[in-house]
Design a protein around this ligand. Structure first.
Ligand code: FMN
Length: 146
């Protein structure tokens, strides 16, 4: 049995629903997820081992992908990653969004990947499917090793 650390934020519950699918997937193969939901009000803590983040996309200020388009609602997760040495343990980003947003689809995840120099290891729309959870859990295992 292995345990994989996953941090996430969920404003309207879609990401939470996908996390539950990931948990079910992990349990089905005898593994476990150690999950932490980060809101705007969490106390910061020091992460002690490698982890991935799952981040939905909430943007304001335009329809493009330039600097005028800013992240809203999900900043607590970014602040947590920036805290202490936490960024050093971040190994990958999973993005969620809605393809109706075209070029802005999973833009927050792409920005995190660029900022922290880690790959986007998966993406899905809205609540995702069990099949997507299966694929993304496999990527989490590859990314976090053992
Ligand atoms: C105000 C608002 C802005 C959004 N902006 C984007 C966007 O720019 N790109 C994208 O892919 N999805 C966007 N979405 C879709 C959300 O990322 C998607 O619904 C996600 O599943 C929400 O996750 P949550 O329910 O865990 O908060 C937006 C949704 C809302 C309500």
């Amino acid at each position: 049995m292995s345990e994989y650390r996953v941090l996430y934020t969920s404003i309207e519950g879609n990401t939470e629903s996908f996390i539950n699918k990931l948990k079910a997937e992990a349990e089905a193969v005898g593994d476990q997820l150690s999950v932490l939901e980060i809101g705007e009000e969490n106390d910061f803590a020091h992460e002690k081992k490698p982890y991935v983040v799952v981040v939905p996309t909430y943007l304001n200020g335009g329809t493009g992908t330039g600097p005028e388009v800013i992240e809203i609602f999900t900043n607590g997760l970014g602040d947590y990653v920036d805290y202490g040495n936490n960024a050093r343990y971040l190994r990958g980003v999973i993005g969620s969004g809605n393809r109706n947003f075209n070029d802005q689809y999973i833009l927050t995840a792409k920005r995190y990947a660029k900022k922290y120099n880690v790959p986007v290891i998966g993406d899905y729309e809205l609540r995702g499917t069990q099949r997507e959870a299966e694929k993304i859990f496999a990527r989490i295992k590859e990314t976090l090793g053992e």
